[in-house]
Design a protein around this ligand. Sequence first.
Ligand code: ZN
Length: 133
Amino acid sequence: MEEFTKWMVDRHIRTGSSLIEMTEKEAIGYLMEYVNILSKEFNKMNLPKKKSVVDEGMCEACNGVSAQWLIESLGRDGETYLVCGNCSPPLSNRALSRKQFKNLLQNGHSTSEFLLHSDFYDEDGNALQPCGG
Ligand SMILES: [Zn+2]
């Protein structure tokens, strides 16, 4: 709530919007605007992944062994990966081998997905080393 108050004061300074007299409708409008900005920020963040144990299906990254984990990119609908214990860390750390990367694409994933994004891999599926911060 403190953050929201700060945002409201900033907004007040920028636009001259009232801080004192506010109808309920206006208040909701401000809140919606704020939530909108927050959700955009959230999508840009390096999101944590949710991991659940599975006991069905093959690993989508190596195709060789049973999957152990279902990894979901939080806030990214439908971007879920069935992977084994070996492939889970490189997927989360964006350090997949070319083979793992290509297997994932063949298993229906795409480079528009957050964890496989072209910012992190070159055209051949080589993991790019992040440079600096
Ligand atoms: Zn695997």
